[in-house]
Write a protein that binds this ligand. Structure first.
Ligand code: ASP
Length: 438
């Protein structure tokens, strides 16, 4: 097959064209055309991906859990998977704290830039942060995340992509119950879920044909909104100045994500799987690219599942259990970013955080990342919980909103990489990893 017919190359081309077109659109004031005629294709692509998120999680988890057929095996795999997810997230937060405390990006922020940025993003932040999620997040008790996880109405939780954790909970319950009924009752129900899963995966492949155009439109949207100043004037200097001022903060997040990927994921793969590092990255590359361009690990899930199954050789049983669970509860990149962002905002507002506060960050960031929806921008909303927990004014998120989209792309890529790495480790530990020959 010619290289340009491969989907991941088409996605890369879509991204590069989106970048070029976005800058040109801001420069030559074609933004209206872009908004009217290009951006909607990005929205259509995102809608299609979100559309299949609920059926995918439901059918994959129910079929995944039920196909384990043996309750002992299920609790063993579930224990290992959840344990590994939580452990990697806690390490991610710790790495984030170490990096941000060494680089001290907040202390380097020039006072006037800080004031300007604060004023500019204040209104924006107020809008985002006063959303219902943030408001209720503020009033939560310590066990509220647990209560929120248990829905009182199945259709209520399946009717919105924001209630993914509830859907995971219900799917796991249905799967566990299915394992325990007689096979006479289990088989027909399981066949329906497996059939539905096959249909959903077919839909995924159909939707992915649109990915290059969708990605082009999404990147165009991001760049035009970053590069256009007030009154629709091209404001390329502005992005330069803001990115420059927040550069250290971004660098801290990027270094943290890279360290986490190298130390934790590559370490896990090296020690616990026979996979070569290059083989791993080649296999999950398309999922990483999609995570990068959509900023949504939920939207990327179908592709992560396909790549892990077909290219890494993890069994269907493992991918359908480990990955949907991971897309929902395992967000190492998000947790790491939340730790860096919380300390950055504290530093920028002249506060110093003691050990107790740093420990609070570890605990709340692990919990917040579990509860973060796998959609773009969810991480910054959950950041409010962490800021409130350490008494840092949550309005401080105004400072980092401008660069959030770019960091969202990077942290989502890490989130997806983490899910795939854990999937490979679990598959291998269950003797269900058969990498296809290169
Ligand atoms: N966009 C992230 C994801 O879907 C969540 C976040 O950090 O905002 O994985």
């Amino acid at each position: 097959m010619k290289w340009y017919r491969k989907l991941h190359w088409q996605i890369i081309i879509g991204m590069i064209l989106g970048l070029i077109y976005g800058i040109a659109a801001a420069q030559f004031q074609w933004t209206e055309f872009a908004t009217n005629w290009i951006v909607p294709f990005g929205d259509i692509f995102m809608n299609l991906l979100k559309l299949i998120a609920v059926p995918l999680v439901l059918t994959s988890l129910v079929a995944g859990v039920a196909s384990l057929s043996d309750f002992k095996k299920l609790s063993r795999m579930g224990g290992k998977t959840i344990g590994l997810y939580i452990a990697t997230t806690a390490v991610a937060v710790t790495i984030g704290l170490l990096v941000v405390n060494s680089i001290q990006p907040g202390a380097k922020l020039p006072a006037d830039t800080k004031a300007k940025l604060e004023a500019q993003f204040q209104a924006n932040a107020a809008d985002k942060a006063k959303g219902e999620t943030a408001e209720t997040a503020r009033q939560r008790g310590p066990l509220q995340p647990l209560v929120d996880m248990v829905p009182d109405n199945f259709f209520g939780s399946a009717s919105s992509n924001r209630n993914m954790l509830q859907l995971v909970f219900v799917s796991l319950l249905i799967g566990i119950a299915l394992v325990q009924v007689s096979s006479e009752h289990r088989q027909p129900v399981l066949s329906i879920f497996e059939g539905l899963q096959a249909v959903v995966i077919k839909l995924v492949n159909m939707i992915m044909l649109m990915a290059p155009i969708g990605v082009f439109a999404l990147i165009t949207k991001t760049i035009t909104s970053l590069a256009t100043g007030e009154g629709g004037q091209a404001n390329l200097d502005q992005i330069g100045a803001i990115l420059g001022a927040l550069g250290y903060y971004c660098i801290a997040v990027v270094i943290g994500l890279l360290l986490h990927t190298t130390i934790v994921y590559l370490g896990l793969l090296k020690v616990f799987t026979p996979l070569k590092i290059s083989q791993f990255f080649k296999a999950i590359g398309p999922a990483q690219l999609l995570a990068f361009s959509t900023s949504s690990s939920g939207a990327t899930l179908p592709v992560t599942m396909r790549q892990c199954k077909e290219k890494l050789g993890a069994s269907k049983e493992t991918t359908s259990f480990v990955l949907p669970l991971g897309a929902t509860i395992n967000m190492d990149g998000t947790a790491l970013y939340q730790a860096v962002a919380a300390v950055f905002i504290a530093q920028a507002s002249g506060m110093s955080l003691d050990m107790g506060a740093q420990l609070t960050i570890v605990i709340t960031a692990v919990l917040a990342s579990i509860g973060t929806a796998a959609v773009p921008g969810a991480g910054i909303i959950m950041l409010v919980i962490i800021l409130e927990a350490i008494d840092v004014p949550s309005e401080g998120i105004a400072l980092i909103l401008g660069v959030d989209r770019i960091l969202d792309m990077l942290r989502t890529t890490t989130n997806v990489t983490g899910d795939a790495a854990v999937c490979a480790v679990i598959a291998n530990s269950e003797k269900q990893l058969n990498p296809p020959g290169e």
